[in-house]
Structures are given as C-alpha cells and as structure tokens.
Design a binder for this molecule. Structure first.
Ligand code: PLI
Length: 461
C-alpha cells in the first residue's frame, strides 16, 4: 500500500513563495546562516523537526484541560501517568525542553574530571556535560561516521570501545553512559534492542548508570520492528518499553517524538536522583510539578506520548522521510545511508568535493538550497561540531552533512517533491557552488548564531 497519511487536515497555514532576489537579500542579512533567517522568508521549513509538529485534535482538546495551578497541577499527574505507561519510568521531572533535562542530569551525576561516553555527541548534551566538568568520549561503532557505510543499526554502541574506556579510566570515573535512540548527528540512525541489552548488562555489571537520550525513541522502536529479527509482529509501544527497560532513566526533548511544540522531561527509577532533580529544578526551571512547562503543555505532551507509539502514525512518519530519501537516491544525489528516522542528510563531502572542510561545504550547501527554492535546511558538520574546549581547536567531524528535517504531520509528499527538485537542481549545478568564511563566531553552540560570507572568488553566489 502507498504511504498514506493516517489523518486528515483540519487547519492550514498559508505559505509564501518568494523570489530569488528576495531570498538573496534575506540570506545576506542572515549571514549565510539558515538559523538567522526569518521564518516568513522561508517557503518549506526543514530546519528541524523540533517543536515544529502539528498537534492532533485530541492534543488541542487536552490543552483546554490544562491545570495551571502553581503546585500539584492535575496536568502534571497526567504527564507522569503517560510516562509511566509508555516509557515505564516511575518518576518524572518536567523541564522547559530537552536541554533543561540535560542540564539537571549533568549537574546531578557528573563530578569534574569524569567521563561521559555516548553513541556520538549531540550539541546541547555535550555542552552541558562539558560545563559540568566531564569529557565526552564517542563510543559509537565506526560505521556511524561513514555516510556511505551500510548497516541496519548504525547507532549501535561499539562494546569494545566502551569496555576499553571502562578498563582505562575505571568505572568510578564514568559519570554515566548516555545512549541516544536514534542518533541525530549520525543521520537519525537507530540502535538495536540487542545492542541496548548488551550495553545495559555491561554498564550494570560495573555499577555504571545507563541513561538514554530518548528524544526520538519512537522512531527507533519503529526501526527495531522493521529491521531486527523477531520484532516484526511486536507493536511499537511494546518495543519502546523493552528499549526503556534497559535504562536507569532518560532525558527527553518532547519537541520531537512527543509531538508538542515545547517541553521536555527527565525520568528515572531511582528516588535519590529524583530528590536531587527536584531540588535543582526549582532553581533552574520551576516547581517540580511543572518544571518549565504550562499545565496545558503538559496535557498536550501526555496525549502526544500516547500518540507517538501508534503503529500507523509512526509508520507513515518514518515512511515520509524515506520517500524524500528515495527521490534523491534515484537522482544519484549523495545522502547519508540508510535514510534515518527524522530527516534526509545530504553528504556535502561528496556533493561538493572541490571544497575543503574549512570552507564549510555543508553550511554553503544549506545556504544555496535556500537561495534556490526557499527551502530551509541545517548544517550538521564542522560548524555544529564546534571546538575542543581544552585545545581550542576545531573538531573536524568526518560527517559533513546538510539535514533536511521533516516535521511531523506538517508537510505533504508534494512539498517534499519540491524539496527534491531543488536539491537535484543544485546537484546538477554543483561545480559552481563555492565556499564560505566565518565572520562571527560565538563562544558556545556556534552554529546557532555564527555569521558567514562567501569566500572571495567563490562561484555560485
Ligand atoms: O532542543 P531541546 O532542548 O528540546 O532538546 C535537545 C536535544 C537533545 N537531544 C537530541 C538528540 C536532540 O536532537 C535535541 C535537540 N535537537 C534539535 C533542536 C534539533 O534540531 O535536532
């Protein structure tokens, strides 16, 4: 059967198609950084799948039930119940979004000088770990760093790398192990349940806590159902529970799989960690019964948590991303493979082989895509990777990608066809695309606000 939307559209938001001349002005004003564009100057916005979902009629109805009490809100208990039912964690502390939970967790678990291994870095996660004095160590399998390598579960932790780190520094020097499901920076690659179980055994044998960045856990569970032997007939909801059973807790950005526009949480099994989190959340976010969220947002999230594990919903969502990937592959465009759960990632190294990484090929390609069609994408390469805080030198990730992120329940396949058309046009004209130089670099998370200009003599601008 074709991948038909398991919903119909009740509210629409008009889109404006701009001219190339208007986009040129907007791009220059934004310093060639798609994060700095105004949304009204964008036609199809694939910057992120974060906070950009369309809510369901049930979620909007739930918002009206929001209990805005300062303490003991009914909506908190609705959220707590949804987290217990779907994730299986008994305790939850709401935060304003995922990084709020990462902040609390880093403060609670990290002693300066410790290590925080993970299956590839994520920008905000690593920043909070480093701020708390930890050193991030990448223990993902090598294939994840190669956009052309095949593999059903390229997000898997390399157990030998993790074991070696434990042997080298000792278990007491590991604050906790963090496993993201799926792995955003690797292209939305999933982790197998077999790998999660093996990592869980290894960590717990050494008395090390295992935490999940569960931001895109439903997409991961869907890949397990589709690809891991033995799960084809198991509902996504059940697979998700089995995944979460491997962990001591999770951080969650509700803005992705939870289908809401704002919100996040920290969930756990341990009462001492809960107590510590409740002490800190009042300082940094708000009362433990709302964290950084309004009551109505907690209601919408509680409803979204139940919707995200609906097999029809998640099958269509991941299928739509695969559809865009298929259109590009058919045209020979180099993308990270296999296509992941939340977006299609253009491989800027193979797209623009005439540019060296210090000319910011992915940043430049994202800028050119906007200029061509008003489609907004995001750099996920050397700019996002930032600098090593100890040496001050640029991280130089092997992956130099442009992420075309598909918001949930927002765009039709026809929109994605327009995106593919534009990317293919650029692919045909790739020889004329030049590089960029950075003119402003903020101290942290530079990709959000850095500014660029075309390199002198560069073509394509
Ligand atoms: O944007 P937050 O603070 O709700 O969540 C931070 C965060 C944590 N982990 C992972 C895997 C993420 O993808 C993530 C946020 N991602 C964004 C904003 C994105 O555009 O991918």
């Amino acid at each position: 059967m074709i991948n038909v939307e398991p919903y119909r559209i009740k509210v629409v938001e008009p889109l404006r198609v701009s001219t190339r001349a208007q986009r040129q002005v907007a791009l220059e004003a934004a310093g060639y950084n798609t994060f700095l564009l105004r949304s009204e100057d964008v036609f199809i916005d694939l910057l992120t799948d974060s906070g950009t979902s369309a809510m369901s009629s049930d979620q909007w109805a739930a918002m009206m039930r929001g209990d805005e009490a300062y303490a003991g809100s009914r909506s908190f208990f609705a959220l707590e119940e949804a987290v217990r039912d779907v994730y299986g964690f008994p305790y939850v502390v709401p935060t304003h979004q995922g990084r709020g939970a990462e902040h609390l967790l880093s403060k609670i678990l990290i002693k300066p000088g410790q290590y925080t291994p993970g299956n590839m870095y994520f920008t905000t996660t690593r920043a909070h770990q480093e701020l708390a004095g930890a050193t991030f160590v990448d223990v993902i399998g090598d294939a994840a760093h190669d956009a052309t390598a095949p593999g059903d579960f390229k997000g898997d932790v390399d157990l030998a790398k993790l074991e070696k780190l434990i042997a080298d520094v000792g278990p007491s020097q590991i604050a906790y192990v963090n496993v993201a499901v799926t792995v955003n920076m690797a292209g939305g690659q999933p982790v197998s349940l077999a790998n999660l179980r093996a990592v869980s055994q290894l960590c717990h044998r050494h008395g090390i806590l295992l935490w999940s960045d569960a931001t895109r856990c439903a997409e991961n569970a869907y890949f397990v159902q589709q690809r891991e032997p033995g799960y084809a007939d198991v509902p996504v909801a059940e697979i998700l529970r089995q995944m979460m059973d491997c962990f001591d807790g999770c951080t969650m950005s509700g803005k992705k799989d939870n289908l809401v526009n704002i919100g996040g949480f920290l969930a756990m099994r341990d009462e001492t960690i809960l107590q510590h989190a409740r002490e800190l959340v009042v300082l940094y976010e708000g009362m433990p019964s709302y964290g950084g969220m309004a009551g109505r947002d907690m209601e919408a999230m509680a409803t979204g948590i139940r919707e995200m594990v609906d097999d029809d919903y998640i099958g269509h969502r991941v299928g739509q991303v695969a559809y865009l990937g298929g259109l590009l592959l058919e045209a020979g465009v180099p993308i990270a493979q296999p296509v992941g759960g939340h977006g299609v990632f253009l491989d800027a190294r193979r797209f623009l082989p005439h540019l060296t990484q210090d000319a910011y090929p992915a940043q430049s390609l994202a800028a050119q895509l906007y200029l061509d069609s008003g489609v907004r994408a995001m750099e996920r390469g050397i700019v996002s990777a930032g600098r090593d805080p100890r040496t001050g030198r640029n991280h130089t990730p092997h992956l130099e990608l442009v992420r075309l992120t598909v918001p949930r329940r927002v765009y039709t396949d026809r929109h994605l066809e327009v995106v593919a058309e534009s990317v293919i046009r650029l692919w045909d004209a790739r020889a004329g695309i030049g590089g960029l130089e950075m003119t402003y670099e903020p101290a942290t998370l530079r990709f959000f606000t850095a500014r660029f200009r075309p390199l002198a003599g560069a073509g394509g601008h």
